[in-house]
Design a binder for this molecule. Structure first.
Ligand SMILES: Cc1cc2nc3c(=O)[nH]c(=O)nc-3n(C[C@H](O)[C@H](O)[C@H](O)COP(=O)(O)OP(=O)(O)OC[C@H]3O[C@@H](n4cnc5c(N)ncnc54)[C@H](O)[C@@H]3O)c2cc1C
Length: 413
């Protein structure tokens, strides 16, 4: 008999949620990560449980506006040609998924998964005693120009057709809700069902603490390789060899670097994102505010005011680009008025497939290996439901939602 029923590789929101779900159902689980739980991409995000965010970055407007997006000084999207030219595959597949019909289909699949997000996350929040970390005040999205406000119409109509509740506000109403806004507001929409987490890293830590309190085991080592055999898997992690009945690959943007797991065959890329933290400025807002044209959120959270977002296509190995941080600081001051110097900055790696859908399901390498990565802009929101689906799959149960769109065996463009 193997030492464990399930070895989960990666202790971000996705892996820790999977580990806790499986442990809550009585499985013997080991969680493997060289870093502290929740300290990767799951730590520095925009804190929003964004159940409304079914529109992918892949959108026909990206194709139309590509030159401006790529070369404009005020663009929330940037591409490093040094990275993109030697790796054209991901970028071309991403652009192919920007066609209108594809983009709409992706939105439908994301909406279907997002509809189950709370059912995956809320039981973990209860189990981990983390209700104090979650704030239910909705999310406010603002558009600052009349042209962008007009162009948002089709996306909002699509969201509503997919069941998203979106309340239209005038600029004055938006500013009455959030008096800290300094920007002219041409259009505002409140997504009242959204919530935010006061500290996403602390949320994962609480999940992990509960996992250990229930008898879950943690191994602090990097998994190098997964070897699948007919009756079990071996995970080679640091100097250890861990035997389990099944392995779950949940190492976020780094999942493809684990040999033998079949994840290297997926076109997993990364959309790098940044944040700036202004300690002591958290009282400027009461809920996350997204500035559509700016491509980032301003979020009041436990550590202060966090300005988080933007997309940079530059791979996993390049260091932070200070121009991206300047962009957020400059535009943050447009959104909220003068800000003091930021107290810290952060870069991390959204795990992203070119069709903006996560990979959740059995690896092509072996039925004993499950993939659970690629949650792009939505991992905090979707980690809980992904963990629940993974627990169902390892038990041979059929989850109560269709998974074909998230299959590792799908076409990615
Ligand atoms: C700027 C920004 C804003 C965002 N805002 C939001 C938001 O508001 N709402 C939302 O829902 N999502 C948001 N996201 C997305 C979200 O943060 C990610 O989708 C999510 O954190 C991914 O979680 P993960 O568990 O897959 O990866 P991670 O959190 O990166 O965890 C992966 C873990 O795997 C470990 N690992 C790596 N290699 C190995 C190995 N070989 N062996 C063992 N362990 C390994 C790492 O150490 C890490 O702990 C945002 C992202 C960014 C960058």
């Amino acid at each position: 008999m193997s030492d464990f029923d399930i070895a989960v590789i990666g202790a971000g929101i996705v892996g820790t949620s999977a580990a806790l779900w499986a442990r809550m159902r009585g499985h013997r689980v080991v969680l493997i990560d060289p870093a502290p739980p929740g300290s990767g991409t799951s730590s520095g995000n925009a804190c929003t449980l964004a159940t409304y965010a079914c529109l992918p970055v892949n959108d026909p407007s990206v194709l139309r506006d590509l030159p401006r997006l790529l070369f404009g000084r005020d663009s929330p999207l940037s591409v490093s040609w040094r990275h993109a030219l030697p790796h054209p595959g991901w970028m071309l597949a991403f652009l192919a998924n920007c066609r209108a019909a594809r983009s709409r289909r992706i939105a439908g699949h994301l909406a279907a998964l997002l509809a189950h997000a709370d059912a995956g996350l809320n039981p973990l929040i209860e189990e981990a005693g983390a209700r104090d970390l979650v704030v239910a005040r909705g999310q406010l999205t603002v558009w600052s120009t009349a042209e962008a406000a007009r162009e948002a119409e089709a996306g909002l109509a699509l969201r509503r057709s997919l069941g998203v509740v979106a309340e239209e506000l005038t600029g004055a109403e938006a500013k009455a809700l959030e008096p800290g806004l300094a920007l002219p507001v041409a259009r505002a929409v409140l997504f009242p069902e959204a919530r935010h987490v006061r500290d996403p890293e602390e949320l994962v830590r609480r999940f992990h603490a509960r996992f250990e309190a229930l008898g879950g085991v943690t191994v602090r080592a990097a998994a190098r390789e997964v070897r699948a055999m007919p009756d079990r898997v071996s995970v080679i992690a640091g100097v250890e060899r861990i035997e389990a009945a099944r392995a779950v690959i949940a190492a976020g943007a780094f999942s493809g670097r684990i040999a033998g797991a079949g994840a290297a065959r997926m076109p997993l890329g990364t959309e790098r994102g940044y944040h700036l933290l202004y300690a002591g400025e958290g009282q400027r807002l009461t809920r996350p505010v997204g500035w559509a044209e700016g491509g980032f959120y301003a979020v009041p959270m436990a550590r202060g005011l966090r300005l988080a977002g933007t997309v940079e296509i530059a791979g996993l190995d390049a260091g932070p680009d200070p121009r991206r941080l300047d962009y957020i600081a400059r535009r943050g001051a447009e959104l909220l008025g003068p800000l003091p110097a930021h107290t810290s900055s952060w870069l991390d790696f959204r795990p992203t497939l070119p069709d903006a859908l996560p990979v959740i399901g059995h690896s092509p390498a072996s039925e004993r290996i499950l993939h659970a990565f690629g949650h792009q802009h939505l991992g905090l929101t979707l980690g809980g439901i992904t963990g629940r689906i993974v627990a169902d799959l390892v038990e041979g149960r059929r989850p109560n939602l269709p998974l074909d769109a998230f299959s590792p065996a799908r076409r990615f463009y």
